[in-house]
Each structure stands twice: as C-alpha cells, then as structure tokens.
Design a protein around this ligand. Structure first.
Ligand code: GTP
Ligand code: MG
Ligand code: ZN
Length: 325
C-alpha cells in the first residue's frame, strides 16, 4: 500500500501554507499578512508588520528553521497574536553549528557582516578569518570594527589599528570606534546605510552597546532586556532593529569560538582573496597546502603575498576541511 492519497482540496491547502511565491501579487490570500521576523524565542517570534506594529506569533511545525530577518506570512489569531504560516524565499542565511553539528540559523536576508573586535576580550585572528570566509561564501561585504578605542592611548590605538593594516590592504574596511566617547561612531556609521548588517564576534566585545549607541532611545526601548542578574547583559537571541538613517542592524549572541558549520576547499579559496590566483598551481592536485613540495600557497608566502597570521589561519582551516572528509 502506498501513502494515502490526498484530495485535491487538501493538496491545495498544503501548497497554500507551505509555499509563498516570490511574486507578492500571488500572495494575496485573504487571511495571510506579510511581516518580518524581528526576534525568535523558541517556537515563537516577534513579527513586524509593514505598518510598524509588532505581533507575537507562534510557528507552524514545518517552519522550524525560521530566523531573525526572515520575510514571512502570518495569520492573526486575536488582537495581539498570530501564527506564522509561510516563509518567503531567502537571499541567504547566516548559521552556526549547534548541537551535534546541526546548523542553527542566526539571521536571514543579510547584506553585510560587521565583525566586532576589541582590545578586551583579546581578539583572535582565527575567528576573524573564519567570519571573513563566511562573508565571502554568503557573497556579502564584511567590515572589521575595532571597538573600545577609549581604553587605549593615542599611540596604543595607532598600534592596535596597524595590527589590522593587512586587512585594509585586502580591501576590508577597518573601523575604529568607541561606544563610550561622544561622536566616535562615524567610521562604522558610514558603512550602515541601506544595508542589513549583522554584528558578530566574541561575547563582551560590545555588539549590544553599539546597537544602543547607534539607535535612538525610542527604537530600542524594551528590546535590550536580557539582564543576567549579575549586572551583565548578554545577548541570547538575534534581534533586528531599523536604523534611523535607513538600513537595518542585527545584534547577535556572542561566541567564544565560532563553529560556522563545515567549510569546503572552495569556500576557503574564496575567503582568502590573497590566494585567489593560486588554485591549480600546486604540484599536487589535492595539495593541502601544509608542507607539500612546490606548494603555490607556500611560494605566495615566500614572496610576501600573504601575512603569516593569515597563512596560519588558512592552514588551520584547511586541516579541518581535510579531516572532515
Ligand atoms: N570601555 C569600553 N567599554 C565598552 C565599550 N563598548 C562596550 N563596552 C563594555 O563591554 C561590556 C560588554 O558589552 P556588550 O555590549 O554587552 O557586549 P556584547 O558583544 O553584546 O556581548 P554578548 O551579548 O555577550 O555577545 C559591557 O560592560 C560594556 O559596557 C567601549 O566602547 N568602551
Ligand atoms: Mg550582546
Ligand atoms: Zn599547495
């Protein structure tokens, strides 16, 4: 016996709830309304309507992967609550490897990654390089934001920025800022207009403080309320905020170490622009660019085309790609 046959009516109903056409004109089912996911907590989400109203919505079972930033359709249940019934096609999704390697979506439909580092906690170049690979893979721009400039003297600040000069040479903007000093956010602000930017980075670098500093009081009221009871606020769910000058900003939970899911060789080659011309130039086709003879990556290093710390990151990521196979 095969599976029970669905009636034509049942099939039509399932199609209606599961698929939303990318053409808005096709989505005018009388009961469903468009909306944007602002934040997700477990099986419920806060949805913002095009009129700017927030509605608490439950998720249908089959819509488990919905994330902050998703465009969805929902149906009202009562005055304040609704249910999400369909997910619009996504431009992209930023995920992180969660429990048992299962990918957990953090934010959808993003156009820019803002990788936040600070003097403390001490930055790790490996984490930064992983995020740059992710940005290249998602085909979005990346900005390196150096926060807590106020903790450094002018000379120390110069030295700190200089330690990222090789990223500027690769084309990544580096924006030194402080959330504690008046008018010191401009280097970051100039990159935010018309983008859906996600703030990512280690816990404690100041992502939520940047959101606080960049948004007018009215927008963020009630939004940043994850007090831990220890006087420390740590973000537990990605949240999207509209920016007054246009564009959107997503705050994301900090990480100790990022597990972006599985990288592939192609992703690494695309995430290290200084190695773009190299694929296929090593002696061995399957060169892992570690200690093999006639390795084009090693010769790029010998000729000064790749920074020693970037080479170390590349080799470490390459080893993890090769181990996974
Ligand atoms: N001195 C200084 N401290 C800052 C600055 N920005 C943030 N901080 C402090 O850094 C600490 C962590 O800031 P958060 O904004 O909570 O950091 P976060 O990156 O959102 O942390 P998670 O939510 O855990 O990922 C707080 O005590 C902030 O007051 C800054 O520009 N200068
Ligand atoms: Mg935070
Ligand atoms: Zn090689």
């Amino acid at each position: 016996m095969g599976r029970p046959q669905l009636t034509r009516r049942q099939r039509a109903r399932i199609a209606r709830t599961r698929q939303v056409s990318p053409h808005p004109a096709d989505n005018t089912h009388p009961d469903t309304l468009p909306g944007r996911v602002i934040v997700r907590h477990g099986r419920s989400v806060v949805v913002r309507t095009p009129q700017g109203k927030s509605v608490l919505c439950a998720l249908r079972q089959h819509l488990d992967g919905i994330a902050c930033g998703d465009h969805i359709h929902w149906q009202p249940v009562n005055q304040e609550q609704g249910i999400v019934v369909a997910l619009e096609p996504r431009r992209n999704v930023l995920s992180r490897a969660g429990f048992q390697g299962r990918l957990k979506p953090l934010a959808a439909n993003i156009t820019q990654l803002i990788i936040v580092l600070a003097t403390e906690p001490e930055p790790t170049g490996y984490l930064l390089d992983q995020y740059l690979v992710v940005a290249a893979h998602l085909n979005i721009t990346a900005v390196i934001c150096l926060n807590k400039a106020d903790l450094l003297s002018a000379t120390e600040q110069q030295a700190f920025c200089a330690s990222f000069a090789h990223y500027t040479r690769l084309g990544y903007p580096v924006a030194p800022v402080s959330t504690k000093t008046a008018n010191s956010l401009h280097p970051l602000q100039s990159h935010l207009a018309d983008q859906t930017s996600v703030l990512v980075g280690q816990s404690g670098v100041g992502k939520s403080s940047l959101v606080n500093a960049l948004l007018p009081q009215t927008t963020r009221e009630g939004a940043l309320s994850d007090a831990t009871g220890l006087g420390r606020h740590t973000t537990s769910a990605s949240t999207l905020y509209p920016l007054p000058q246009g564009g959107e900003l997503i705050d994301s939970p900090g990480v100790r170490s990022f597990r972006p899911g599985q990288f592939t060789r192609q992703m690494l080659e695309c995430g290290f622009p200084e190695l773009h011309s190299l694929p296929g130039q090593c002696r061995f086709n399957d060169c892992q660019h570690q200690t093999e003879p006639d390795c084009a990556v090693q010769s790029a290093f010998d000729q000064g085309h790749i920074h020693p710390a970037r080479l170390a990151s590349f080799r470490q990521m390459m080893r993890s790609v090769c181990q996974e196979r």
